[in-house]
Unconditional design. Structure first.
Length: 219
């Protein structure tokens, strides 16, 4: 913004449009604003942007689950920001000039240790049902008092963002001690591969466990 000093007959200083008014001892001058030359990003900067974009694309889609799974772990920071930071540092691998997510290390939830020690997944295509059963570490269950935590099962079509059902979860919830959880699967028009995760959440809010990647299923 240009400023006129001492009324309409005074001097002008400041910027107006593409010019700048300059007052010196020898008089007043008008100069064109210097052109700012944009620098092309370096290869390292381009790689960093690609890495960030790769993780952000998944965190953004999973954000409703991230808000639940990182709620206690991230406080007082935003769950989204903490999930971004964690997965950028632990769950991303470079392949040439691009990056891929290591889904076994990717975390949709952070909290106390996930107590599952072994598990099975059985897919019933005819009845559109996936059943997960598990054994758990009794010591961890007692130490963190997670026995009554509700199971939260997530199926995420990480490699197909155009899927009709990119994410779905279980409606009815069993607790950790129950050792099993079913999830009803919507009918699909085409075959989709899902990454399967499970974590456990305190029924009335508060704590939760880490998520655990159970593998993939094709539906």
């Amino acid at each position: 913004m240009a400023i006129i000093k001492n009324g309409v007959n005074g001097t002008v200083s400041g910027k107006a449009g593409s010019v700048v008014f300059v007052s010196t001892k020898t008089g007043n001058y008008v100069r064109s604003l210097p052109r700012v030359k944009k620098r092309e990003p370096s290869p390292e900067q381009l790689l960093s942007r690609t890495r960030f974009k790769t993780v952000r694309s998944h965190i953004s889609l999973l954000n409703p689950i991230i808000k639940l799974g990182y709620k206690a772990y991230s406080y007082p920071k935003r769950a989204y920001d903490v999930a971004m930071s964690y997965n950028l540092n632990h769950a991303i691998m470079q392949e040439g000039d691009s990056f891929v997510v290591d889904w076994q290390k990717f975390m949709v939830a952070k909290g106390s240790p996930n107590p599952i020690t072994s598990y099975t997944m059985d897919l019933d295509q005819e009845n559109q049902m996936l059943q997960v059963t598990w054994e758990y570490d009794a010591y961890l269950e007692k130490k963190f008092d997670t026995g009554t935590y509700d199971s939260f099962l997530i199926l995420y079509s990480a490699g197909d963002h155009g899927a009709e059902y990119p994410i779905f979860t279980n409606d009815s919830k069993n607790n950790l001690i129950a050792g099993r959880q079913n999830i009803q699967i919507p009918k699909h028009k085409k075959e989709v591969t899902y990454e399967v995760y499970i974590f456990f959440v305190e029924s009335y809010g508060g704590g939760n466990t880490d998520s655990l990647h159970l593998g993939t299923v094709k539906i």
